[in-house]
Design a protein around this ligand. Sequence first.
Ligand code: SF4
Length: 255
Amino acid sequence: MIGNIKILVHQGKQYIPDPTTASVPGIFRGIPEITPVKADEKVLTELCPTGAILPQPLRIDLGRCLFCGECARTFPDKIRFSKDYKMATNSRGRLIISEGELKHITLDPDLVRKEIRRLFNGSLKLRQVSAGGDNSNELELNACGNVNFDMGRYGIEFVASPRHADGIVITGPITQNMAQSLQICYDAIPEPKMIILAGTDAISGGLFEGSPAVDRSFLDRNPVDLYVPGNPVHPLTFINGILALMRGGRVSKKG
Ligand code: SF4
């Protein structure tokens, strides 16, 4: 009994009372800031493994960033990562951070389809498809439903069958082997339905961008409703992004 109490005291409070205002530990990398401090742009752009650092003017594309931190380690005065985990948006362009910009990433309300807010504000069932994923994003998405993050409190749940889903969450760069299966799964979801890309690999292909083993033509044929950056995605990034989408792109009062 005393042993159990000691464990409970040691573990502290696990449950997150409000995922829209929760803070994350020090090692987390969220939205970066590019300061106006001078730095060798050529070295900076070349060190990035996915070409996420764009030159003239200097920018970071969070849809390609692996959040490895190499740029911030090499040029600590030039690039700093904040702990701001609210990075999801429905506009691909909003994932690009420019030099000197202290950016808060939000959704564009004009891009949110009316039926999403009308039908899914309060209940959203999602089917997850790992299209060549490495299990890191999949693990974090799984964590969204655990007792800590508990996204079920908002009516958001993963379901086993696409027939029961309102949308699809794609992880991984979409390999050739998964391209057809992904389309079949998407076709099985009743209208209206949404597409959510979770993680750098899904948004841009990540390290696998341009690989002949990848087939991303699904994204040319079907519109994306939400981009959730991260490598892997943090549960708080995912939950806050989905909540913003369900609410029509408006920032929550607490967010
Ligand atoms: S943190 Fe992102 S931008 Fe910086 S080097 Fe890594 S992948 Fe590139």
